[in-house]
Design a protein around this ligand. Sequence first.
Ligand SMILES: Cc1cc2nc3c(=O)[nH]c(=O)nc-3n(C[C@H](O)[C@H](O)[C@H](O)COP(=O)(O)OP(=O)(O)OC[C@H]3O[C@@H](n4cnc5c(N)ncnc54)[C@H](O)[C@@H]3O)c2cc1C
Length: 282
Amino acid sequence: MKTNFSLKNYSTFGVDAFCKNLYLPRSCAELVQILSTLDKTREKHKVIGNGSNILFYKKCKKTTIVCTRKMAKRITFKNGFVTFSASCTMADAFAYCLQKGLSGFEKLALIPGTIGGAVVGNAGCDGDEIFDRLVSIKVYHNSKVFTMKKEEVSRSYRDTFFKANPSYTILSAKFSLPECDKKALLSTFIFSREKRQEKQPFGKCGGSTFKNFSSVPAGKLIEKCALKGRRIGGACISFKHANFIINDKNASSKDIVRLIDLCKKSVKKKFNMTLKEEIEIF
Ligand SMILES: Cc1cc2nc3c(=O)[nH]c(=O)nc-3n(C[C@H](O)[C@H](O)[C@H](O)COP(=O)(O)OP(=O)(O)OC[C@H]3O[C@@H](n4cnc5c(N)ncnc54)[C@H](O)[C@@H]3O)c2cc1C
């Protein structure tokens, strides 16, 4: 366990925010043991994966963080179902599927998160969502480990039951993945990658800052407020895609939060629409 530890390398924003304690379990059994102890001692804690959808700000200072990133990655294939441990990345899942000729992760492969984080946020790309081929999820809750069927988990666009119930920890997820020609998988992946490279900026960020509206992408509204390139401290709104806030000059969390507020106020004033964060500020 590390105490008063900087989370700079534990979030893709790369900001220098500190947490109370940091645990890095190496296995699922160790994770369950840590969570069980933290529950018993009523220690405030939060489980994270790759930190690609989270901006560490104030709450983290008083919270013990449990990061699954260093946990052993397990992939099992049984009775036609594939189970990935929570620590597997989307890229790990796609690499496995490509090798086996299974479809389901070719559009999700470049989402830079873990299976655990993706399930919590119902991550998706190009019309595919992680829940599409999900069958069930193994969870830890209140010192018990059990399975939840997909149907038991309410979900919507970039949102699930787990987001509102952070006391549930995802341990693994089971998928039903249809067989598919490997060349077709690869070409879908390459097409998706090209689209991403064309549209999205590089740099330290949390992906899309705000959720899109069904009628209009959030980035378009921000762009129409003439906010592309707007800078506060070390952070700026990307020129390439206005829904991305980039930490390009050693930004603080506060710089990013101030840009988020600026986007929300400007879009509200100009369009009377309320932007909702896709990233979590913690
Ligand atoms: C460049 C870039 C591009 C992106 N593109 C996309 C995209 O195309 N589509 C998309 O949907 N997202 C995208 N994202 C956002 C992000 O990658 C996804 O939301 C991803 O699924 C988050 O996974 P994570 O492991 O990083 O989760 P984290 O950021 O670590 O955590 C996210 C939430 O999940 C919780 N959590 C994580 N693991 C567990 C667990 N095992 N049990 C319980 N709770 C857990 C955390 O507490 C937190 O609330 C992008 C991000 C970046 C930086």
